[in-house]
Design a protein around this ligand. Structure first.
Ligand SMILES: NC(=O)c1ccc[n+]([C@@H]2O[C@H](COP(=O)([O-])OP(=O)(O)OC[C@H]3O[C@@H](n4cnc5c(N)ncnc54)[C@H](OP(=O)(O)O)[C@@H]3O)[C@@H](O)[C@H]2O)c1
Length: 309
């Protein structure tokens, strides 16, 4: 028996008379419903739609059958216009591109600008290493975005590109670069200090390298869980997944802790704290989602920080 649904709008949607009456096969998915809506409302392609029930429960997964989500013939559903969209891949590529330009630019002009204002300094090994590690970190993220990540959502709201880019361009780009490539971390300021010690610097770099490889390994495990072109989600296993639900976030924080300790810079500390807070909030959500999705089959694990949380 076909399913007949009445579709109301949540918020303003121009160009169609609501409610829409939509008839679908009884095995129709959320994606099929969205197709039906976009055929009638030209400005609403599938990616711009958010479908909810009368109780404001989101029908988020396009591959799920309406019937399995408790939708019955005669029900009223709601569609919201999410606004102009942009691909996840583009957002990632743009947000990581910022620091890749900002770091070398500030690194090269900083000694001239400071000298102009009467504070000349010689570039130190700490500053050289900071430039190298930041460039490698964001280059790795660009390559992972192109070759490793298999996103389940094609797009996100256009506004996110400005929000996300601010985080990376301003905090990990301008702030860290201006903070570290300054006389306070130059050769003269470090004279005779343990901060220049090869053992100390090598330890920081080794921790950073291990964290970056751990992060890459996690992303590869996640990639292998999802066949190309699908939105399949599975329980990740192997590596640090045996201990926590989000090892990639743990490794990411660890790599920035290594940079913070190496530079002793307030700017790096600020970026690390903001990033850790953000990722911890996401990790809690992901951990809860795993437990509710996989129920009793989800192994006992901490959320993000091994042995601790
Ligand atoms: N410094 C910072 O402030 C900061 C903040 C956030 C992230 N990052 C970096 O960016 C990286 C990526 O972040 P993210 O939030 O996108 O990581 P994520 O949510 O763990 O996702 C990584 C990839 O794996 C997929 N995936 C996740 N769980 C899966 C599962 N159970 N089965 C199959 N595929 C799965 C995701 O697809 P879908 O999610 O599309 O399904 C996505 O393509 C982080 O690991 C970190 O290195 C840095």
């Amino acid at each position: 028996m076909p399913i007949a649904l009445s579709i109301e709008r949540r918020g303003p949607i121009k160009g169609a008379q609501f409610p829409l009456q939509v008839a679908l096969r009884d095995d129709a998915t959320v994606g099929k419903l969205k197709d039906g809506i976009s055929e009638r409302v030209a400005i609403l392609p599938v990616e711009r739609q958010r479908i909810t029930t009368s109780e404001n429960r989101a029908l988020g997964n396009d591959d799920k059958r309406l019937e399995d989500l408790g939708v019955k013939s005669g029900d009223k559903l709601f569609v919201k216009d999410l606004g102009p969209q942009i691909s996840w891949r583009t957002v990632f590529l743009v947000e990581y591109a910022g620091p890749l330009f900002i770091h070398p630019f500030i690194y090269y002009i900083a000694p001239h600008v400071w000298a102009y204002f009467g504070y000349p300094f010689t570039v130190s090994i700490v500053q050289k290493l900071t430039l190298l590690l930041c460039m490698l970190h964001f280059l790795k993220r660009e390559l992972e975005t192109i070759f490793v990540h298999r996103f389940s959502h094609a797009t996100m709201p256009l506004f996110n590109i400005f929000k996300n880019s601010t985080h990376y361009w301003i905090l990990s780009g301008v702030l860290i670069a201006v903070g570290v490539y300054s006389p306070f971390h130059g050769e003269e300021a470090l004279l005779g200090l343990w901060r220049k010690s090869p053992t100390f610097l090598a330890t920081c770099v080794i921790v950073w390298v291990l964290a970056e490889f751990g992060n890459l390994q996690t992303h590869i495990i996640l990639m292998r869980l999802r066949p190309p072109g699908t939105r399949v989600r599975n329980i990740p296993r192997g590596g640090l997944f045996e201990m926590v639900s989000c090892p990639n976030y743990f490794y990411e924080v660890l790599s920035w802790v290594a940079v913070t300790v190496m530079t002793m810079s307030f700017a790096a500390l600020l970026f690390t704290l903001v990033s850790a807070a953000q990722m911890t909030v996401w990790a809690i959500k992901k951990h809860k989602a795993y437990r509710s999705e996989f129920q009793g089959t989800y192994p006992k694990r901490k959320i993000m920080y091994p042995f601790v949380f």
